[in-house]
Design a protein around this ligand. Structure first.
Ligand SMILES: [Zn+2]
Length: 304
């Protein structure tokens, strides 16, 4: 049922070890430390990666000395049943059509920055154009690096590059600006967007995490609030099984095919209300579950 990537952390580590000519099985303590430093992520994601690496060693009857993680537990990316990991949530966010694709692209950037790079909400809000360097296949933000990884749909560098290529200066922000870039009929979902040029518009002092209203208008002032970031991340992590239809799209004749903008906006509002409700439920569940999660199999020496 869950679309979380099985043992994603293990395969990431195995790839990392192979690229440095290090042994993944068994893994040396210092190599594990270096891996965690060079592949930053939120604390819960790092915990999950270590669990998977430990499980792989157990499976092969090999001993392992896992490093001790320090730092704050992360509220945004706590693991819980039914919640997607960063890559899964990036894959599920829509990338085409106005305005859902515009919102989905901004959220993909947010998911990559908080989930894959481990930025706090405040650190994410503070990101400016000058903090970001893009080269083909790599996006570096304030010294933290995302490289091309896995399939295009789940690639965090793609998620960042796609948004940078989309975001436009305030003077240009209108539906027409995005028409070509959000056109689902010309999408090539198998291709890595992180290998394509991202242009310069995002460097011109625009907030990189703006609010976007229901009609697709971008806020020009402050970044998203910390609370909005929590809500967006929680909503995007809910496994809905959504799969975007792109390519030579045949009209589906679906529920909203002939709906007016107002009707669509209303339907979207209902979704947001539902998301708010689910978010509150999740927070309550997490508060309840946090006591049980103090015993993580394999490295009980992790400070809490
Ligand atoms: Zn990519």
């Amino acid at each position: 049922m869950s679309t979380q990537h099985p043992a994603y952390g293990w395969s990431l580590f195995a790839d990392w070890a192979a690229s440095w000519g290090r042994s993944a099985l068994p893994a040396a303590h210092d190599d594990l430390v270096q891996f965690l430093v060079e592949c930053p992520a939120s604390r819960d994601v790092q915990v999950r990666r270590l669990r998977e690496i430990i499980a792989a060693h157990r499976e092969h009857g090999l001993p392992i000395t896992a490093p001790t993680l320090t730092g704050e537990r992360d509220h945004l990316w706590r693991d819980a049943k039914g919640l997607l990991d960063p890559q899964g949530s990036i894959a599920q966010a829509p990338k085409y059509r106005f305005p859902v694709g515009l919102v989905g692209r901004r959220d993909g950037f947010l998911l990559a920055v908080t989930g894959v790079l481990g930025f706090s909400r405040e650190a994410a809000r503070a990101i400016e154009g000058q903090d970001v360097q893009v080269t083909p296949g790599t996006v570096v933000i304030a010294g933290r690096r995302m490289a091309m990884e896995g399939a295009a749909a789940t690639c965090p560098a793609c998620a960042a590059a796609r948004w940078l290529a989309t975001i436009a200066p305030s003077a240009q922000r209108g539906r027409a600006t995005y028409a070509a870039i959000l056109d689902p009929t010309v999408a090539e979902p198998e291709e890595h967007d992180c290998l394509e040029p991202v242009g310069n518009d995002w460097k011109t002092g625009v907030p990189l995490l703006p609010s976007i209203d229901r009609w697709g208008a971008l806020g020009t002032g402050e970044s998203l609030s910390a609370r909005a970031i929590s809500t967006i991340v929680a909503a995007r992590r809910i496994d809905t099984g959504f799969k975007e239809k792109v390519g030579a799209v045949v009209r589906s004749g679906g529920r909203f095919e002939h709906s007016s903008s107002a009707e669509l906006a209303e339907a979207q509002d209902e979704v947001f209300d539902e998301v708010d409700r689910i978010n509150r439920e999740i927070e309550a569940l997490l508060a309840e579950a946090s006591g049980m999660r103090d015993h993580i199999d394999g490295f009980g020496d992790v400070p809490r």
